[in-house]
Design a protein around this ligand. Structure first.
Ligand code: G3P
Ligand code: CA
Length: 268
C-alpha cells in the first residue's frame, strides 16, 4: 500500500490532491476525495463558494456550466452562476458525467457534506476561498462551519487545515478572524513584499514556474503569523520532471491532479 503523507513529513514535500485526485475522478466531488484516499493521500485541496440562499458548496468555476449538467437542466439560467442558484437546485445537478459515464450522478457537495466525508477518512484539507469578492463574509461562514464540525480544535488545527486564496484581503480576513488557522496566499508577491505578507499568511503558494530555489529560499527566511518558517506549496504539477524540479527548489508542498505521479517522482 502507498505510504501516507502528512505536512510534518520530513522526507520530501507533501503532495496535495488538487480538487481531490482530479486527474482520475471529477474535480471537487466526494469521488475525487475517495480516489485520493485510496491512492494514500492525506491532503486534499478544494474550492468553496456560496449559493443564492447562503449555503457553502464545493466548486471551482464561478459558473456551473463546465462541470455539471446545469445548461441542460436549467436551459434559461445562463450564465449559470453558482451565486444565482439555490442549494436545492445545485443538489439536483450531475457533477460527474462531464468527466466520464463512470461518475454519472456524482453530486456537487456542500462544504458540510465534504467535511463530514473527510472527517471519516481522516484526510486533511487545503481549502480555497474561490473568488471571495463575490461572497462577502464567506471567511466567517467557513470558519463557523469548520468549528461546528470540530475542525478548529487547537490541538491539531495547524496539522490538518490550511485556508488559502488568490485574494489577499480574504487571506488576511481569515487570519484576523482566527489567528490559529494556518493560511496560504496563492500567487508570488515580490520579494520586497514578503515581509508584509508574513503578517497574515503562513504560506506563499505560487504557480510552479515561479517556484524557483531563490524565491523559495526568500520565503523560507521569514516566519509566518503562527511563528513558524513560512512554507511554499506550488501548483499545479502534473508531471514527474516538473515535480523533481520544484522538489529541488525546496518547496514544502506540491499540489497535483495526479498525486501518485508526484509522489513517485519525489519520494523514491
Ligand atoms: O491550490 C492551488 C490551485 O488550486 C489554484 O488554482 O485555479 O486550480 O484553483 P485553481
Ligand atoms: Ca483551487
Amino acid at each position: 500500500a502507498a505510504a501516507r503523507q502528512d505536512s510534518t513529513s520530513d522526507s520530501g514535500p507533501v503532495t496535495v490532491a488538487h480538487r481531490g485526485a482530479s486527474g482520475y475522478a471529477p474535480e471537487n466531488t466526494l469521488a475525487a476525495v475517495k480516489k485520493a484516499d485510496k491512492l494514500g493521500f492525506d491532503w486534499v485541496e478544494n474550492d468553496v463558494q456560496r449559493t443564492k440562499d447562503g449555503e457553502l458548496v464545493v466548486m471551482h468555476d464561478t459558473t456551473l456550466a463546465r462541470t455539471t449538467n446545469a445548461e441542460t437542466l436549467y436551459p434559461k439560467r445562463s450564465p449559470w452562476n453558482v451565486a444565482d442558484f439555490t442549494a436545492k437546485e445545485i443538489a439536483r445537478l450531475d457533477a460527474g458525467s462531464w468527466f466520464s459515464d463512470d461518475y454519472k450522478g456524482e453530486k456537487v457537495p456542500t462544504l458540510d457534506q465534504y467535511l463530514k466525508y473527510i472527517s471519516k477518512t481522516g484526510q486533511n484539507l487545503l481549502l480555497e476561498h474561490k473568488s471571495p469578492e463575490l461572497y462577502p463574509g464567506i471567511e466567517q461562514q467557513t470558519l463557523r462551519e469548520l468549528r461546528s464540525r470540530g475542525w478548529l480544535d487547537r490541538s491539531h488545527l495547524s496539522k490538518r487545515l490550511i485556508i488559502q486564496s488568490f485574494n489577499a484581503t480574504s487571506v488576511r480576513a481569515t487570519h484576523t478572524l482566527d489567528p490559529h488557522v494556518k493560511t496560504g496566499f496563492l500567487g508570488n508577491p515580490k520579494v520586497s513584499e514578503l515581509d508584509s505578507y508574513a503578517q497574515f499568511t503562513d504560506q506563499i503558494n505560487p504557480t510552479h514556474s515561479a517556484a524557483t530555489k531563490d524565491y523559495v529560499d526568500e520565503v523560507h527566511k521569514r516566519k509566518g503569523p503562527l511563528g513558524k518558517r513560512m512554507q511554499v506549496f506550488t501548483w499545479t504539477v502534473n508531471d514527474a520532471s516538473t515535480a523533481r524540479s520544484v522538489d529541488k527548489a525546496g518547496v514544502d508542498g506540491i499540489i497535483s491532479n495526479f498525486p501518485d505521479v508526484v509522489r513517485d517522482a519525489t519520494h523514491s
